[in-house]
Design a protein around this ligand. Structure first.
Ligand SMILES: Nc1ncnc2c1ncn2[C@@H]1O[C@H](COP(=O)(O)OP(=O)(O)OP(=O)(O)O)[C@@H](O)[C@H]1O
Ligand SMILES: [Mg+2]
Length: 227
């Protein structure tokens, strides 16, 4: 459990319309199979760090300096926009904050997941893909019939689990969960956390658990960074 899979070095991030950086000289390491939390009050810059890791800063009108390395590939930020992605989001996958409300209301959960498989694996082989989707749903403790449900037919906890199913579709080595349990009641929170633990055990996934809740972070994670 000592292999470092992700290393953030001296990361400073500034929104282009702001005078001072939101994240200053941040360095940390994530090991393989580890659950590391980043916690801190609302507005401190947690999601901003996520966008830097996902190479999405320019979409949010932000720029950074510093570097991030992932499995030997190094992403150097120089303040300007990146032209090309350094890694594939399938390797470092994100369950975004408020992902529960991110599902397209016009499609069933199954259609949304199928569309994603089609985009990345090409069309065809519908039956095999359907089986894969059932497998993913069962990994997050959702019944098969969820395939045919529209987002509004699911509870918040079920939607959160469906969002996690989507994020783990391509066996990411690093899974980033941004406020994955926020807004869920305590029992459902515990269920989602248990599920994340099982996933980590099964696939040895490294998990970055972002939360404003220091208590959950300290009880659930192997290591904690408090901003
Ligand atoms: N697109 C943007 N342009 C300018 N400032 C922004 C932008 N997005 C976020 N900010 C500011 O950057 C700071 C950090 O925001 P961020 O969303 O990263 O915080 P957070 O720690 O994730 O908060 P929360 O716990 O509420 O999710 C906040 O002060 C926010 O107002
Ligand atoms: Mg946030």
């Amino acid at each position: 459990m000592n292999e470092i899979i992700l290393k953030v070095n001296n990361l400073t991030i500034c929104y282009k319309n702001a005078l001072v950086p939101v994240v200053k000289n941040l360095s940390f390491e994530l090991k393989r199979g580890e659950i590391l939390s980043i916690s801190g009050r609302s507005g401190i810059g947690k999601s901003t760090i996520v966008w830097a890791l996902m190479e999405m800063l320019s979409e949010y009108n932000a720029a950074a300096t510093g570097s991030i390395s992932f499995k030997g590939k190094v992403l150097h930020y120089h303040g300007s926009d990146l032209k090309e992605k350094t890694w594939d989001w399938r390797e470092i996958s994100l369950v975004p904050q408020a992902s529960m409300s991110g599902f397209n209301p016009l499609f069933t959960i199954g259609e949304t997941l199928m569309e994603m498989l089609n985009v990345y694996e090409g069309p065809g082989q519908k039956e095999r893909k359907k089986e894969r989707i059932y497998e993913l749903l069962s990994m997050v403790y959702l019944e098969k019939n969820i395939y045919n449900c529209y987002p509004h037919e699911l509870s918040g906890g079920m939607k959160q689990r469906a969002a996690i199913a989507m994020a783990i579709m391509f066996h990411p080595e690093v899974l980033i969960l941004d406020e994955a349990t926020t807004g869920l009641d305590l029992l459902i929170q515990a269920e989602v956390l248990g599920m994340i633990l099982e996933l980590k055990k099964r696939e040895n996934t490294s998990i970055l658990f972002i939360s404003h809740d220091k208590q959950i972070s300290s009880s659930f994670c192997d290591r904690q960074i408090v901003l």
